[in-house]
Design a protein around this ligand. Structure first.
Ligand code: ATP
Ligand code: MG
Length: 295
């Protein structure tokens, strides 16, 4: 039982680096790159980079770019199972990065928003040791139904499920209580500090990790350049400093952390060792542009 199954979003990222502020109603020069992204897809790619041997991804894309995404995932060592939507195009995120590296996202969920129970293939569970859900899955109604189905199957098969809450904005829109209900039955939560604060109502990272792990089993709160705090059953087991590295683009740091962490757990690492691996891959991700490991 060594395979990892990741479920959630595949996204086409359009990253525009504009040195000057956007000028309304006329042109603003920018360097624009089109990259494969999506939290679930990035996590799967980083897990493969971190040494996980059998990484599967269940997602939904549009016919416009299905072949490109499939090829990119295969090249990253991921086994993609991509449902192709008959109407909607692949999700697109336009990421506007200004001269101070501040980012603004414009998001079209596209086909990813329709990922649901009809896309589930029970055979995907065969040989799986862990399942990871992108939080974006829990922000759509079909996604929550798929998550409920997968969590029930995983609990029956005694396979632990992890969740990255992904977005304070979307959690607030859905409601904290509804989000927590949608994630019920999962065994590991991987929030960043803002998400941990929102979900617990406490500002302190240690208290938040303790509180989340008391109800979840395990929780690892990611702290950006401050590393991560890992807790189990209400007790903090490790506070891991961030790994060294130059920050170029923080896109995908959390996904890389999850990929490195989950690959380590599948290889037998304990919670603290896996958090160290997560920090190593998180730091690697901030050193490259885009959310995927470099080729
Ligand atoms: N500037 C940095 N230097 C070194 N490591 C970093 C830096 N930023 C992030 N990391 C590593 O990446 C991990 C995840 O980053 P972060 O806490 O920002 O998660 P996140 O907010 O979920 O990321 P994302 O923006 O991808 O959603 C951190 O726990 C840390 O180990
Ligand atoms: Mg994140």
């Amino acid at each position: 039982m060594t395979a990892l199954l990741v479920i959630g979003d595949v996204v086409t990222d359009i990253v525009a680096l504009h040195g000057r502020p956007i000028a309304p109603q006329t042109d603003t020069a920018a360097r624009i790159a089109v990259r494969p992204g999506g939290s679930a897809a990035n996590t799967a790619a980083w897990a493969a980079r971190a040494g996980a041997g059998d990484v599967r991804l269940l997602s939904r894309v549009g016919a416009d770019s299905a072949e490109w995404h499939r090829a990119e995932l295969l090249a990253a060592g991921v086994r993609p199972r991509l449902a192709v939507d008959g109407e909607l195009a692949t999700a697109v995120v336009i990421c506007l990065v200004d001269g101070a590296a501040e980012r603004t996202f414009v998001t079209d969920t596209g086909a990813a928003g329709r990922l649901g129970p009809d896309d589930w293939v029970p055979g995907l569970l065969e040989g799986v040791g862990r399942i990871h859900l992108s939080g974006y899955l829990l922000f759509t109604e079909p996604g929550r139904r798929l998550a409920a189905l997968v969590i029930a199957a995983a609990v029956a098969a005694r396979v632990p499920v992890s969740v990255d809450p992904a977005s304070t904005g979307f959690i607030e829109r859905l409601g904290v209580r509804e989000f927590l209900a949608a994630a019920e039955g999962t065994a590991l939560l991987l929030p960043n500090l803002a998400e941990a604060r929102l979900l617990t109502g406490t500002d302190d990272s240690v208290a938040a990790a303790e509180r989340l792990s008391a109800s979840w089993g395990e929780a690892v709160v990611k702290l950006g350049p401050q590393g991560a705090v890992a807790a189990r059953g209400g007790t903090v087991l490790a506070h891991v400093p961030a790994a060294d590295g130059e920050a170029v683009d923080t896109t995908g740091a959390g996904d890389a952390f999850a990929g490195g962490f989950l690959a380590a757990r599948l290889a037998g690492a304990d919670l603290a060792e896996a958090a160290v691996a997560g920090c190593r891959f998180g730091a690697a991700a901030v050193g490259v542009i885009g959310g995927r490991p470099p080729r």
